[in-house]
Design a protein around this ligand. Structure first.
Ligand code: GLA
Length: 735
């Protein structure tokens, strides 16, 4: 252990005088410990994150922002006390805090020891810096590349056998830090964990970082962007429903009120957890903005027995000077490089057909075969059969839990349909909702004890269904086998859509909230290992469980049950704030009254699929649809693998414009949609981004070839007359 000899970058004056002259410290590794100042520096490509050991029992946040080259550039922190009503624990920018003494700000950790003591007096107990650190029981597996280093700060209680490890994994090239915490009971007596968060982020006081951007919504209105000034006090974003939820999504962006899509200092974070979660944005009375997040402590406790440990999900955080768009692109790159399943992350997402909105529960072999024939003709690549194929599932009141093909709808099982789809040159996909049961099902009649409920009380139903308790070992096994058996019997199923249509309530034991999610991840992981060819679509009544916790296990995310192509512009914009278009599923359906072109263009902005009644399409419509699908296949590499620029938001004016630029900047695709019909804005110049300034491109509206800078300066000229008119533009580098 290092001597705690200096108070790094801390001056003890109450008046802010600099009383400590620091020595220049140059660093050569991404993560370094400056022994002179007991300071840790995490250096990304363009940012530095610094904190230190101010006292044996106090870690302080010093800096997070543009990269510094010496510790001299890190601002000093005043060691303030506060009046008799609080002390330094309540006033200083703490890097970590436990429930302890006169600290009344939101804390990262609260436990109860077996003798009833409910404070953690931690002290610093050393550090480690590791290359390629992968912890087996880490909840969110990511695949760190060589350059990533992980810093581990060891803390321990000064009296009880209790250890705390704080983890910081640096994604250097992305300026992102992944943080999580592990607590260990190293003694014999039980310790009850009452609150445990993944990370606490502090923001600088030199500017007022108090404008919070987040995502809220509801079923069919997911991912709505909210931007609000934080008042002194706390704003809590959370879910208590055992899943991520449609209502708020576990991400944040924070700026000083000056940032826009492409410029300005933006801090951002995303919590990787698919269960009940909590993010607290706190503006303290002492000038700091801090954001904490992790497991929701509502109705939560976790008992640590002898030598047991508890590990939190990861909370990723980053900083950029490139505005909200820059923040989104860093998150997208993090997901596509590190988070998405390794075996599929670099594979093009294919065009699917799914008849759910047309046929709902009334599926049968003949009708699905008919649809498959037309889908194949149009150029669809994966044919997915949704709900209704199993048990007595003729409506939403029965059948969930009985994962056996319905013999009236599929007299010869699924085999003939799968074969037909294969013969038509497509892959076959199937819908499941394995975490649920209808009370009217054989499974419930056999195992009523498997549902989540309090003994002696009737649980609330949602959509006539109940949640199975995945926290129980036998249920976990059942759920895995329910899906795995069908996949084993039918190797032709290469795609599954995994749905979850009811929030959890009445969890019989408090630790089960956590265990449920861990077991869900385990089931997904086992399925991926056993069926590596499988493409998994994640769905929860639309986008109710979109987060980076489940993301290491799925390839596609169903964005929303709202497939109105105009509403989708808003939903997809919000989704793109946090999540990559590589997983954003978007279908052409019959919702709303829009022409084919508008429906297709709106759906081409992610992974395009078709959910319309294609049996009713005229020959002309089919011909057009075929052309659009072909066009999508030509541009999808740019859409799914490029950089996304939100040029003009549907929230802000008549024009929505979104651009995708390939990573090598040789191609760009621009989508433009007009909201209303007015004369003033019919001719618009859309200022595109992301091209190479000095490279020559072929671009619409420009004669011959033109340099990237000219296109970016002048914009792409477009005429959008009439409500809901739209255009797609392509820009290509000169060969
Ligand atoms: C949810 C999904 C839909 C569809 C239905 C089936 O609502 O979001 O896409 O699969 O369930 O019941």
């Amino acid at each position: 252990m290092l001597p705690i000899a200096y108070f790094p970058r801390v001056c003890t004056s109450h008046f802010g005088n600099v009383i400590f002259k620091s020595i220049c410290f140059m660093y050569d590794m991404p993560i370094v410990f400056d022994e002179d100042y007991d300071m840790f520096l995490l250096n990304g490509k363009s940012t530095t994150y610094a904190f230190g050991i101010a006292r044996k029992d106090m870690l302080l946040s010093f800096y997070w922002g543009p990269k510094v080259s010496t510790t001299d550039e890190i601002p000093l922190v005043n060691m303030m006390g506060g009046a008799s009503f609080t002390n330094q624990k309540g006033v200083m920018p703490l890097e970590f805090n436990s429930a302890w003494g006169m600290s009344y700000v939101e804390n990262c950790l609260k436990v109860e020891f077996s003798d009833g003591v409910r404070s953690v007096h931690f002290e610093y107990n050393g550090y480690e810096i590791k290359d390629n650190y992968i912890k087996e029981e880490q909840i969110v597996p990511s695949t760190p590349k060589n350059s990533n280093q992980t810093l581990i700060i060891h803390l321990k209680d000064d009296k009880y056998a209790f250890e705390i490890d704080l983890y910081y994994r640096l994604y250097e090239e992305l300026d992102i830090i992944e943080r999580w915490m592990e607590v260990k009971n190293t003694g014999k007596s039980q310790i009850k964990v009452e609150n445990i968060l993944s990370a606490l982020w502090n923001f600088p006081v030199y500017r007022s970082f108090t404008r919070l951007t987040h995502l809220h919504g509801s079923h069919s209105h997911e991912f709505q962007v909210a931007r609000t000034d934080l008042a002194p006090g706390k704003l809590v974003l959370d879910s208590r429903r055992g899943s991520t939820g449609h209502y708020r999504n576990p991400i944040f962006m924070l700026d000083d009120g000056e940032a826009n899509e492409e410029n300005g200092h933006v801090y951002f974070g995303a919590l990787a957890w698919s269960g009940s979660w909590k993010i607290v944005a706190e503006r303290t009375s002492h000038g700091y903005t801090r954001i904490l997040g992790g497991l929701n402590n509502y109705d939560f406790t976790y008992n640590l027995k002898d030598s047991q440990s508890l590990i939190t999900p990861s909370f990723f955080g980053g900083f950029t000077q490139g505005g909200f768009g820059g923040a989104s692109r860093l998150l997208h790159d993090l997901q596509t490089t590190y988070i998405l399943p390794e075996n599929k992350k670099d594979k093009i997402r294919k065009v699917i057909y799914n008849s759910w909105e047309v046929t709902t529960f009334s599926v049968n072999e003949t009708q699905q075969m008919e649809l498959a024939e037309v889908a194949a003709e149009l150029g669809v690549e994966i044919f997915v059969m949704d709900d209704g194929w199993f048990g007595e599932r003729n409506h939403d009141r029965a059948g969930l839990g009985d994962w056996i093909p319905n013999p009236e709808k599929f007299p010869n099982g699924l085999g003939p349909l799968i074969q037909k789809v294969k013969d038509l040159g497509m892959e076959f996909g199937l819908w499941f909702e394995p975490e649920m049961v209808n009370p009217d099902s054989d499974l419930y009649r056999e195992h009523p004890e498997w549902v989540i409920k309090f003994p002696g009380r009737e649980p609330d139903q949602g959509r006539n269904q109940l949640n199975l308790n995945l926290a129980l070992l036998e249920v976990k096994e059942y759920v895995y086998n329910a899906v795995a058996n069908i996949l084993e019997q039918h190797p032709g199923i290469t795609y599954i859509k995994w749905d979850m249509n009811k929030s959890i309530c009445d969890m019989p034991e408090r630790w089960m909230w956590y265990e449920y999610v861990k077991n869900l991840y385990e089931i997904f992981g086992r399925l991926r290992d056993a069926f590596p060819y499988l493409h998994i679509e994640n769905c929860s009544g639309g986008g109710g469980r979109a987060d980076m916790g489940l993301m290491p296990y799925y390839d596609t995310n169903w964005t929303s049950d709202n497939t109105n192509p105009f509403h989708r512009l808003f939903i997809q914009e919000g989704f793109s704030m946090a999540y990559t278009p590589r997983i954003m599923s978007a279908w052409v359906t019959d919702m709303g009254s829009f022409d084919l072109k508008y429906r297709f263009y709106s759906s081409m902005m992610g992974i395009m699929g078709i959910g319309a009644n294609i049996l009713k399409w005229t020959e002309k419509e089919k011909r057009k649809a075929k052309q659009y699908i072909q066009k999508y296949k030509e541009i999808r590499e740019v859409v799914q693998f490029g950089d996304l620029y939100r040029i003009s938001s549907p929230r802000e004016g008549a024009l929505t414009a979104v651009e995708y630029v390939s990573k090598d900047k040789s191609r760009a695709v621009l989508f433009a949609f007009k909201k209303v019909s007015d004369l003033s804005d019919d001719i618009i110049y859309i200022p595109v981004k992301g091209l190479k300034p000095d490279v020559k491109y072929i671009a619409p509206g420009f004669m011959g070839t033109v340099e990237g800078k000219a296109i970016m300066n002048q914009g792409i000229k477009t005429s959008l007359s009439g409500t809901h008119s739209c255009h797609l533009f392509e820009i290509k580098k000169q060969e």
